[in-house]
Design a protein around this ligand. Structure first.
Ligand code: E4P
Length: 218
């Protein structure tokens, strides 16, 4: 299972990269805005900065919603760095654009996916990744993890190569459950990765080991 971090914050990306388990980064316009990054030039610069830190795929989202606009923007983004994955929303024009990019060998991440039907369409169009937003489904009392399981079943039935990128991951249990179901990738905040480290018995055990060592090595 690949671990992506869902942020445009360079310090957090560096921290995750230093842990040695990071496979990529996802961003979106809200995450860019959260970092105060505005204007095409600054946004593009942030994408290339991220690519320099992480050794893996970096999703960069288009803003256009018409086919020509998505294609123009996506091609520009793809040219920024060979690690860039063009993130395209699950709308009609987006599906057409994903097919266009796929035919041209440009990798895509189909975002804002909330149903198995949408995921099937994204795979048919040739998306590299599909991003079902599990946290946002949970937020409206709908089982996000069940969507991951449905997509896994459908993709396995037909051998679709599109990778299931569980997005809108909020905590460690999402990560673990996605791993059990067989999501190919998860993207979440740094806390969802670092939370996997924690166990009180590890802390208690280490404290005891160190104390016993000290006793015998005065
Ligand atoms: C995915 O690529 C999105 O950027 C992201 O996971 C959305 O997460 P949120 O629902 O926590 O905003």
């Amino acid at each position: 299972m690949k671990f992506f971090i869902d942020t445009a914050n360079l310090d957090q990306i560096r921290e995750a990269q230093e842990l040695g388990v990071l496979d990529g980064v996802t961003t979106n316009p809200s995450l860019m805005a959260k970092e105060g990054i505005t204007g095409k030039e600054n946004i593009h610069k942030r994408y290339t900065d991220i690519c320099e830190i992480v050794d893996g795929d970096v999703s960069a989202e288009v803003i256009a919603t018409d086919l020509d606009g998505i294609i123009k923007e996506g091609e520009e983004l793809a040219k920024l760095h060979d690690q860039i994955i063009v993130k395209v929303p699950m709308i009609k024009e987006g599906v057409k654009a994903i097919k266009y990019f796929s035919d041209k060998g440009i990798k895509t991440n189909c975002t804002l996916v909330f149903s198995a039907g949408q995921a099937l369409l994204a795979a048919k169009a040739g998306a590299t990744y599909v991003s079902p937003f599990i946290g946002r489904l949970d937020d409206i009392s709908t089982d996000g993890l069940n969507l991951i399981a449905e997509i896994r079943l459908i993709y396995d039935n037909y051998g679709f190569e599109t990778e299931i990128l569980a997005a809108s991951v909020r905590h460690t249990m999402h990560v673990l459950e996605c791993a059990k179901i067989g999501a190919d990738v998860m993207t979440g905040p740094l806390s969802s990765i670092e939370g996997l480290l924690k166990h009180p018995l590890t802390d208690i055990g280490l404290e005891k080991f160190l104390a016993d060592y000290k006793k015998g090595n005065k």
